[in-house]
Design a protein around this ligand. Structure first.
Ligand code: SAH
Length: 254
């Protein structure tokens, strides 16, 4: 018996991996986080599959389901939104499984950050503009460690992707404005890859008003940085004629 933690992707059912989807269809028990997983992912499962919406269950109740499956010697799929390594809340589940002697495996997924960059047709790392991406959030029920306060992270002025923060957009703007220039582009992607996806483009001066007007308070990423409006970047070294590497000799095209 094994538990498979599977990244379900950002919403679009076609953005789940083939491996994850195959596992999903082979497990008699499926647990999924109701609010963020597209229910279409669950369509076509065998009628006998036992499906649990974990958004209604506390950790103890979820662990009870794992225990039951262990006793019945049946595999479990645990679906989480996007990729599991980012705000996946899987670490405490794995600890509980370790205590129960249950084996598990993690199958990655397409994070909402990758999906949003694709929708925007943006590269988050542009030569000489930004070569660093920070994934973070503003403090909420879960406190961010003081050394990672948004104000401190903002001092790097690199590309910034904020999860779980849209309901505090005004606070976000206030903290970022200490370091980023006011005309820094800010893009909010609401429900990336879902049918009701929305993209709101602005800058540090305008974004809070725009988001408030749209009434968005959940399921959105805040993307910040000069990469989002920059046409004035250098070509990357990767394809440069002057640059050779293991797979291409210098000036090979000549
Ligand atoms: N593991 C997920 C993140 C889970 S935390 C991932 O890799 O994407 C939940 C937060 O992720 C939401 O508050 C929102 O900030 C972001 N999020 C998840 N799905 C999203 C989507 N489809 N579009 C935009 N943001 C999304």
């Amino acid at each position: 018996m094994k538990v498979y933690f599977i990244g379900a992707g950002p919403g679009d059912v076609e953005l789940m991996t083939i491996k994850g989807n195959r596992r999903l269809h082979s497990c008699p028990t499926v647990m999924y986080a109701g609010s963020l997983i597209n229910p279409q992912i669950l369509s076509g499962l065998p009628k006998s599959t036992r499906i649990h919406d974990t958004s209604k269950l506390n950790l103890e109740q979820q662990v009870a389901i794992y225990k039951e499956a262990k006793d019945a010697n049946q595999d479990v799929t645990r679906l989480q939104s996007g990729d599991l390594s980012i705000y996946g809340a899987i670490a405490e589940q794995m600890r509980a499984l370790d205590n129960l002697g249950i084996k598990y495996e993690v199958i990655p997924g397409v994070s909402s950050v990758a999906a949003s960059a694709a929708i925007l047709k943006s590269e988050l790392t542009l030569p000489e503009i930004s070569q660093t991406v920070i994934l973070s959030r503003i403090s909420g029920r879960t406190q961010v460690p003081p050394d990672e306060d948004l104000e401190k992270l903002a001092s790097h002025k690199c590309t910034l992707c904020l999860f779980l923060s849209i309901h505090k957009i005004k606070d976000v703007v206030k903290k970022l404005s200490i370091h980023y220039p006011p005309e820094t582009p800010v893009i909010v992607v609401y429900k990336a890859s879902w049918e009701d996806e929305k993209i709101i483009k602005g800058d540090l001066k305008t974004i809070a008003g725009k988001v408030e007007k749209e009434g968005i308070r959940l399921t959105a990423l805040i993307l910040v940085g000069a990469v989002f409006n920059s046409k004035g970047f250098e070509d990357s070294r990767l394809y440069s004629k002057e640059y050779s590497h293991l797979f291409r000799k210098k000036n090979a095209s000549k």
